[in-house]
Design a protein around this ligand. Structure first.
Ligand SMILES: C=C1C[C@]23C[C@@]1(O)CC[C@H]2[C@@]12CC[C@H](O)[C@@](C)(C(=O)O1)[C@H]2[C@@H]3C(=O)O
Ligand SMILES: O=C(O)CCC(=O)C(=O)O
Ligand SMILES: [Fe+2]
Length: 343
């Protein structure tokens, strides 16, 4: 048995932990996550239901070629297996590039290292990210992957107006397809940490702290290691069984606003594993910076219902969001009755 000296535990004291199996941090384990088969003619109504109930669902028969996924996965594994000195050449993440434990710039520290990129061609600072080795090959695989998951994400978004019988069909997907779409892409690597987990008796180490994603939707895929949890309406955490052959969709803050709260921006987090490495790839589909984010009456449950949010642009929301800590409720600043912090 490995016996840890106290100083090692103290070295990690800035990394978040959470209690498990207590009444205040209960984890539900039933298999209730909606599974949407994109080839199912009922997919549109099932997606709407899942966005309302969970803000989260799994997609099968998604049409993304397995080779597109595995090629990028193996290059990503190669990157994270490089020495710390080599990986640091692609950093620091401010916000794009290689980051290690620090998430964002407001003091969040978790058990994860990552590569974060923008897909917005107007943001040029990404050009300075140095990927060691065959960088051109790496960027080609990233682009192939992003194109495939963006298309699939758009197909998912187009099912919403279809299910609600509204036009145009691209009312949501056009934001992701716009050449100025301000989307981003993240490769997360969660190393196992057996000694530390043993030392934290009765607690879990947080891999990625709880938060909501600010964009419209996020399209996530992970290897076969568990850890992702979503928060249900009653605040219970639900562990998501991993499935490397499927994708998981999160409703983001912007879609919650556009639906006037009908669709739920899902709170989620990742717990570190004591033995297995988790690798996740997430495309965050966002609008162009100038896009107005406001409730759309066609997406509301009751047309003409009271508006819950002030109007803002994606650029204003992003600016405000990047001043917040990971776990903050970023949307509360934009609720009706509050002064728009961007003004
Ligand atoms: C603490 C932060 C990290 C984050 C920017 C922020 O200030 C608040 C939102 C965070 C988040 C969560 C979802 C995505 O992983 C992310 C890229 C995003 O768009 O918003 C991260 C930001 C980040 O890691 O820079
Ligand atoms: O690693 C994961 O599966 C989720 C990470 C996440 O929520 C994020 O990067 O925003
Ligand atoms: Fe997230």
């Amino acid at each position: 048995m490995v016996v840890l000296s106290q100083p090692l535990v103290e070295n990690f004291s800035h990394i978040k932990t959470c209690k498990h199996n207590t009444s205040t941090d209960h984890v539900y384990t039933g298999n209730i996550i909606p599974v949407i088969d994109l080839l199912d003619p009922e997919a549109n109504t099932l997606i709407i239901k899942a966005c309302q109930e969970f803000g989260f669902f799994k997609v099968v028969n998604h049409g993304v070629p397995i080779e597109t996924i595995t090629k990028l996965e193996s290059e990503t594994v190669k990157f994270f297996n490089l020495s710390q000195i080599e990986k640091d050449k692609a950093g620091p993440a401010n916000p794009f590039g290689y980051g290690n434990k620090r998430i964002g710039s407001n003091g969040d520290v978790d058990w994860v290292e990552y590569l974060l990129f923008t897909t917005n061609p107007e943001l040029t600072h990404q050009k300075s990210i140095t990927i060691p080795g065959n960088a051109l090959h790496f960027w080609a695989l990233v682009n192939e992957y992003i194109n495939a998951v963006r298309n699939m994400g758009c197909m998912v978004l187009e099912k919403i107006p279809e299910g609600l019988r509204i036009e145009p069909k691209n009312v949501l997907s056009r934001m992701l397809r716009d050449e100025k779409s301000d989307s981003c892409f993240r490769l997360n690597h969660y190393p196992p940490c057996p000694e530390l987990l043993q030392a934290l008796s009765g607690r879990n180490l947080i891999g990625f702290g709880e938060h909501t994603d600010p964009q419209v939707i996020s399209v996530a895929r992970s290897n076969n290691t568990s850890g992702l949890q979503i928060s249900l309406k009653d605040g219970t955490w639900l562990s998501v069984p991993p499935d490397p052959f499927s994708f998981f969709i999160n409703v983001g803050d912007s879609l919650q606003v556009m639906s006037n709260g009908r669709f739920r921006s899902v709170r989620h987090r990742v717990l570190a594993d004591s033995l297995k490495t988790r690798l996740s790839m997430i495309y965050f589909g966002g609008p162009p910076l100038s896009e107005k984010i406001a409730p759309l009456s066609c997406l509301m449950e009751e047309p003409g219902e009271e508006l819950l949010y002030n109007e803002f642009t994606w650029s204003e929301y992003k600016k405000s969001a990047y001043k917040t800590r990971l776990g903050d409720n970023r949307l509360s600043l934009f609720e009706k009755g509050k002064k728009n912090p961007a003004q």
